[in-house]
Design a protein around this ligand. Structure first.
Ligand code: ATP
Length: 359
């Protein structure tokens, strides 16, 4: 059995199904990110693991123990919320000590060790010596570090993070996400984090669980979820993409509009095929190049986005949506690209990812 084993977990609010028979097995020490759009049920799932929501059916096993019906206090986790949830009238030291004090007499922390443990935790999150400050005297990022110190102070076996970075500004978010990840790796604490931010999930997770409408759509390593989305929702939700519909014209060749493309795999020649292409996998060639799967396309739109540029192309694919390509802005320097320009672009066969036909 996995370290945390969620089996057939279902949660309803009236007739609305917020979680629909969720199965999820998490290994010890793993950092798992629940990712999905607003309302997909990721916070409900995290809160069910914490015992803050009671499921209608299904079970949660933690380290082999059925915790499905235990109160939050009898489960072994630390939790960090989006809104920090620090006590404003308590000092930083008292905030961090809160969980420890409520466990006085517990096997974990003897009373006299509290001050030492608080200092140790503040060191761990990079805020040593802040015991006597109040939360209002700290920045958002610092408050969230204190919340993390509080969550970790009792050495919980499980760390639950509910959108811990979304109230922070962009720079602080990136800084804290790498701090959280390296801290988690160092401590080896099994962690579940909720986010709706794709980049955050890709950067932090060992495995991503993509959710929609109370159901899991795909579970996988960041590279696998990004490179091989299993359905249209995952493909669209994680990163930008192009969907190309084509009819087979050979064992490994398809025709899309005016173009014949070789794909890297044998295809079912009895029916139309769909392929998914990431914008960054489209190559820019010299206009006279004639390599495999290359073609001319007219620029419909050019957007400079700093390190890279997005180019929207009419590729004569006969598709309803134009093709979107992403090129390094450095690479484009000296190439005047504007609406109406003709570019020679190509899709390497290995970057045509087969997708199931939409249901
Ligand atoms: P967000 O990122 O917006 O927090 P989420 O994926 O975490 O979204 P949940 O908070 O898990 O979504 O909510 C899932 C669904 O359940 C939503 O449609 C929400 O409106 C509904 N829901 C959550 N809590 C309750 C409640 N107490 N009563 C009724 N409906 C609820």
């Amino acid at each position: 059995m996995a370290h945390l084993d969620i089996q057939q977990l279902t949660k309803r609010y009236g007739s609305f199904v917020a979680l629909d028979k969720i199965d999820l097995a998490i290994q010890e020490g793993e950092f798992v990110v629940l990712l999905g759009p607003s309302g997909c049920g990721k916070t409900t799932l995290l809160r069910a693991v914490a015992g803050l929501e009671l499921q209608d059916s299904g079970q949660v096993f933690h380290a082999g123990r059925d915790i499905s019906k235990l109160s939050p206090a009898r489960r072994d986790y630390g939790i960090v919320f989006q809104s920090y949830a620090l006590f404003p009238n308590l000092t930083v030291g008292d905030n961090v000590a809160y969980g420890l004090n409520s466990k006085k007499g517990d096997r974990k922390v003897a009373c006299q060790g509290v001050n030492h443990r608080v200092a140790e935790m503040l060191d761990l999150v990079g805020l040593p010596g802040t015991e006597s400050k109040f939360p209002a005297q700290l920045s958002g990022g610092q408050q969230q570090r204190i919340a993390l110190a509080r969550a970790l102070a009792t050495s919980p076996d499980l760390l639950l993070l509910d959108e811990p970075l979304s109230a922070l500004d962009a720079i602080e978010r990136v800084r804290l996400r790498s701090e959280i990840r390296s801290l988690q790796t160092r401590l080896g604490v099994t962690t579940i984090m909720v986010t709706h931010d794709q980049e955050e999930a890709l950067a932090m997770a060992d495995r991503i669980v993509v959710m929609k409408s109370g159901k899991i759509q795909q579970i996988g390593k960041p590279q696998d979820v990004y490179r091989s989305p299993e359905n249209d929702f995952v493909a669209d939700f994680i990163g930008r993409g192009n969907l190309i519909e084509a009819c087979p014209v050979g064992a490994q060749h398809v025709r899309a509009g005016d173009l014949t493309l070789r794909c890297g795999v044998d295809i079912d020649q009895t029916r139309n095929q769909r392929f998914y292409v990431r914008p960054e996998d489209i190559c820019l060639h010299n206009i006279l190049d004639d390599c495999e799967n290359s073609f001319n396309a007219q620029v419909l739109k050019y957007e400079f986005l700093g390190p890279y540029s997005l180019v929207t192309l009419d590729a004569k694919f006969g598709q309803s949506r134009p093709l979107v390509a992403q090129f390094s802005s450095n690479y484009l320097q000296g190439r005047p690209i504007q609406a109406g320009s003709i570019l020679r672009v190509g899709i390497p066969a290995e970057h045509l990812h087969p997708m199931p036909m939409a249901a």
